[in-house]
Design a protein around this ligand. Sequence first.
Ligand code: ADP
Length: 198
Amino acid sequence: MHLLIMGPPGAGKGTQASRIGGHYSIPAISTGDMFRAMKDSDTPLAKQVQEIMTSGAYVPDEVTNAVVADRLVADDCADGFLLDGYPRTLDQVSFLDGVLKEADCELDAVISLSVDADELVARLTRRGATDGRADDTPEAIRTRQQVYADQTAPLLDVYRERGLLVEVDGLGDIDDVTRRLFAALDQRAGDGALVASS
Ligand code: ADP
């Protein structure tokens, strides 16, 4: 099972990704988490990544692609994976296409979690106050929303045209969103477009 989960910052991708990963017994791989984990290493690249993330901009494609390529060859990806927060640019889409082709596999579905802009900003602002994530400041939140709209939202059309997009309303209770999400994936499985869920 090879899945992607997409959605604007604050849509709740990470929470849902770990549930989906658990359900299908595949690793949920978050590029954001991988980059945040770099904060403990004292290399010039790690420092550069931290600065970029704090501003709310995207890490350069060549860095992101290299990190993902490295991760996807790990043993736990043999039966599939769920990518959370990757790809986010057209260049990353092409790169992932190449990685999948090389491994002789295809994406099964691309989940799109949608939440309206006001709710997103409210969620991130709340999280900023409680978790202290460096990119949950008002300025970085604005940048992240803008960068998402400019660079990542167009990817939804790409996957929609490929017939892979599964759109899920991300508003409301976390468990309700999970139920909606599995219902949408199951329906796709019922349509014969997805390997049946276990
Ligand atoms: P969110 O989607 O809530 O903003 P993430 O944890 O997914 O949070 O990502 C945090 C940051 O990590 C992004 O704002 C960006 O700087 C960096 N990042 C994560 N994934 C990518 C990617 N695929 N390409 C470029 N930068 C990325």
